[in-house]
Design a protein around this ligand. Sequence first.
Ligand SMILES: [Zn+2]
Length: 101
Amino acid sequence: MRGDYNTVWQDCTVEFNEGESGGEVYPEELRNILGPLMYRLSVYDTEKVIIHEFLHVALDKDYQSGRPFSGPAQHPQINRILIRILNYREPCNPADLDQKA
Ligand SMILES: [Zn+2]
């Protein structure tokens, strides 16, 4: 991934919250929050979820500064990165967990 994405990766937190329904991302605060749905996923799928949420933050830094965050608008690009660049297998979002983002 690009160097500036690596910088975002280093600054991002991945948190766990029992009360979170699926996954939530707060791009402005560089926070990704995952919930108990992760218990049902394999390590491989959990990796995809963490990278998915991280990419929301990285793409937000890149393209959407100053505009309202729109997670769904980023999904095509996130999916391309996961499958074509990072070589993950589909589905891109195994738990379909960020209905809000
Ligand atoms: Zn998403």
